[in-house]
Design a protein around this ligand. Structure first.
Ligand code: C2E
Ligand code: MG
Ligand code: MG
Length: 759
């Protein structure tokens, strides 16, 4: 039988159960009624067998079902209309067994499916069952003692059975209100249990002579319960009944609260509104109410405690860094605040060290994020071990740590502390991946009432000093002074203005002609950016380009410059200002090169300006090939495939690693101005330049001498067979509208007489 067929059979069983119980009421307790009842019991037995074979029924659940079925049969046999006291006792015991087995089974299911807070559920269950006991006592058992000729111990068992029914009801409720998603099989089981509890209630009302109910009516709910039990057994979902269900996103707390509160209020109300009949009644009531009060007190204490624990947990989580367990920014600020408030008392100057791990991004990129995390944990441990207990260590962001020493006597002691921390980085960090060396840049700020107004100030000043340490080449300490604030403010202003510069049309290009040294004719231009701010001031590219690079604004700005420069060239060619094959050199920053879209930007600019790719020179510095060799190689190769040519700018000032020339697709070296300026009268510079030129010639590379300022320099370069040159001697960078006249002037001069190549 397939799972689908079993599922259909399960739902069919439920529908048959509903019809059968109605039929049972109509037909009465006669032969038809007994037949239906027998059929229901047979159904449960058959379903148990099918389920054991097909649904791999959990053995404990199988046993539970067998016990319940057996107990129901016994109970039915002995609850015939005319029964002896012993038979009555046997029937009551049977029903007690049914309820206890149900409680056991539900606990088994609930234990796996409720999961996260079992104690509170047990406490709630106790409140509900004691409350139910009180109601049952007042409404059913006490009248039973008084009115019937039942033996007291039989009545006691009946009472216990009812108390258990209350627990069953509650466990069921907690199952339904618990964390787990409820499957169809849970609802089928719920239906079976509720129907049987309904039957119990009808029987009790009848027995207590509260209502005169026919046997058929009292047993009808049991018929439904038995068929629903069959449905539960047949449903294939029963295999997962005792498994942890998937958690519901939100716990329906409200339903549980309503059940527990009613379980508390209703019995208390009944207790208050009715009088005790005799001493036994008074004793039972008093004990029950006291126990109920005890459990409620316990429950309240548990709730208050759980709440306090939760709050402590939340505060802890909000104030510590999960990775290292160190205080986070907000807690550090509290510590600093406390230190500042008490500093005046003993004349101390609390100090903050702002520690940033150098090139942490490289560690993450090359060794992976897990290794990055390990480095941070190792740094945290290192800081904690080398610092005295009076210092507080915190991690306030990615690779930024803060040390607070609340008791330094002044800047001198602060520097000693900072040096100790810096030195501690000289030892390698032992990671799972092996030993790793990292260095740190440390900013120091010491409390001074004249400049430090708050904890935030002290932290910010240390941060500012840390940036200064980074700028000074990393792996060092910088101590905060007020002049740093001015430069930070200035830089921030530039950064903000730069974001808007492009759309405000504050940027423009100027062009410096590049000449063929032999012919003395302009053969190309270098585009250089200028920024004239709307307040009339100009900022030099040496200042704003690095900021644009750092903030990423260079990407859109650079793209604009590229298109603008090529458009200018296109106009000049069309206007006959320069030769058709004149070139345009555009400076490119590392950030642009690592932008995945850069190659597209270049090819689009070439297409839009109608300039052949080989007339575009991109100038890059050596640094980019050292820092991100793979990315740079990838981008440069793609650009070369387009036909674009690549020049190394400021050659000689960077790493000047000759292997770069082999590895990267490079077409030209631009010899840095610092060598050219010495070429006329410094023998060393001259021989260096001669060597570079020879190297270019033998490797088939083009060359441009940068920053030619004197006729003598140009003459020497000519003698050395340097192919191309640019510099103030030939022309300063000029705006596009002056290019025509500038080019004409240069070309009119013709070949520089004294630079003409000999022979
Ligand atoms: P660079 O690419 O090496 O540009 C040459 C710099 O030297 C220019 O400075 C130019 O004005 C200057 N120069 C040219 N001839 C002489 C000379 O005979 N004597 C002296 N003393 N200087 C001369 P500028 O325009 O201030 O640009 C500085 C740097 O800013 C450039 O160096 C380049 O690295 C960067 N830069 C300029 N424009 C751009 C751009 O559009 N994009 C990028 N990424 N960087 C740019
Ligand atoms: Mg350049
Ligand atoms: Mg240069």
């Amino acid at each position: 039988m397939t799972e689908r067929a079993l599922e259909r059979l399960a739902w069919l069983s439920l529908v048959v159960g509903l019809s059968a119980s109605l039929l049972h009421i109509i037909a009465g307790a006669g032969a038809v009624g007994s037949f239906i009842y027998a059929l229901a019991i047979a159904g449960v037995i058959a379903s148990t067998v099918v389920s054991a074979l097909k649904n791999q029924l959990d053995r404990r659940i199988l046993v539970g079902f067998l016990v319940i079925t057996a107990a129901i049969i016994v109970g039915q046999i002995f609850s015939a209309a005319s029964r002896s006291a012993a038979q009555h006792l046997a029937a009551e015991i049977a029903f007690f067994v049914v309820q206890s087995t149900l409680v056991g089974g539900l606990l088994l299911v609930a234990q796996r499916r409720i999961g996260r807070d079992p104690l509170s559920i047990l406490a709630d269950a106790s409140i509900l069952s004691i409350g139910a006991w009180l109601i049952v006592w007042i409404a059913i058992l006490q009248p039973l003692f008084d009115t019937s000729n039942n033996e007291p111990y039989v009545v006691t068992i009946t009472g216990l059975t009812f108390a258990l029914s209350a627990v069953v009801l509650f466990l069921l409720a907690t199952l339904l209100f618990g964390d787990s998603e409820n499957s169809a099989v849970v609802w089928l089981a719920t239906c079976a249990i509720l129907a049987s509890l309904c039957g119990d209630a009808l029987w009790a009302l009848h027995d207590a002579e509260v209502a005169e109910l026919s046997l058929a009516l009292r047993n009808a709910p049991y018929v439904l319960a038995l068929f629903a039990a069959s449905a539960t057994l047949l449903h294939p979902g029963i295999r997962h009944l005792t498994a942890q269900g998937s958690y519901q996103a939100a716990r329906p707390i409200a339903g549980r609260l309503v059940v527990v509160i009613s379980g508390l209020v209703v019995p208390i109300a009944i207790f208050a509104l009715t009088d005790a009949q005799d001493t036994r009644d008074r004793v039972v009531r008093t004990i029950s109410v006291l126990v109920l009060a005890g459990v409620v007190l316990l429950r309240v204490a548990m709730a208050v405690r759980a709440n306090a624990d939760l709050q402590a947990q939340l505060i802890q989580r909000a104030q510590t860094d999960a990775l290292t367990g160190l205080p986070n920014r907000s807690l550090m600020l509290e510590h600093v605040d406390t230190a500042l408030r008490t500093a005046w008392r003993d004349g101390r100057q609390p100090t903050i060290l702002f520690i940033d791990v150098d090139r942490f991004k490289n560690i993450n990129d090359s060794l992976g994020h897990a290794a990055g995390d390990d480095v941070l944990i190792a740094v945290a441990t290192r800081l904690r071990t080398i610092l005295s207990t009076r210092c507080v260590v915190g991690r306030i962001a990615g690779d930024e740590f803060v040390v607070l020493d609340p008791q330094t006597s002044g800047p001198a002691e602060a520097m000693v502390l900072a040096d100790r921390v810096l030195e501690s980085f000289h030892e390698p960090l032992a990671l799972r991946q092996g030993d790793v060396f990292v260095s740190a840049s440390i900013g120091v700020s010491t409390y001074r009432p004249s400049v430090t107004n708050s904890a935030d100030d002290l932290l910010r000043h240390a941060d500012t000093a840390m940036y200064r340490a980074k700028e000074s080449g990393r792996n060092c300490v910088a101590i905060f002074d007020e002049s740093m604030l001015a430069s930070v403010t200035q830089r921030l202003a530039v950064e903000t203005a730069l974001y808007r510069a492009l759309e405000r049309r504050e940027l423009r290009l100027v062009h410096q002609p590049i000449i063929d040294v032999g012919l003395g004719e302009v053969i190309g231009f270098e585009a250089l950016m200028r920024w004239d701010r709307d307040d009339g001031s100009s900022i030099s590219p040496a200042e704003f380009i690095p900021i644009a690079e750092e903030t990423g604004t260079i990407v859109p700005i650079g793209a604009w410059a590229l298109l603008e420069a090529l458009t200018h060239l296109s106009e000049w060619i069309a206007g006959g200002v320069c030769p058709r094959d004149a070139t345009m050199s555009v400076n490119v920053s590392p950030r642009q090169l690592s932008d995945p879209n850069f190659v597209n930007v270049v090819s689009e600019a070439l297409i839009r300006a109608h300039i052949p790719a080989r007339q575009l020179w991109l100038e890059v510095t050596e640094g980019v090939m050292i820092a991100q060799p793979d990315q740079a190689l990838d981008a440069l190769t793609k650009l070369c495939d387009l036909g674009v040519r690549v020049a190394i700018d400021d050659f000689g000032t960077g790493y000047s690693s000759l292997s770069l020339l082999q590895k990267f697709p490079i077409h030209c070296l631009k010899i840095d101005r610092s060598f050219i300026s010495g070429v006329a009268d410094n023998a060393d510079s001259r021989s260096l330049v001669r060597t570079i030129i020879a190297m270019c010639e033998s490797m088939g590379l083009d060359m441009v001498a940068e920053g030619v300022e004197s006729v003598r320099q140009l003459q020497v370069l000519g003698e050395m067979r340097c192919a191309k040159a640019q510099g103030y001697l030939i022309s300063h960078p000029v705006p596009p509208e002056s290019i025509a006249s500038t080019v004409a002037t240069i070309n009119d001069l013709g070949p520089w007489p004294r630079t003409r190549r000999p022979g």
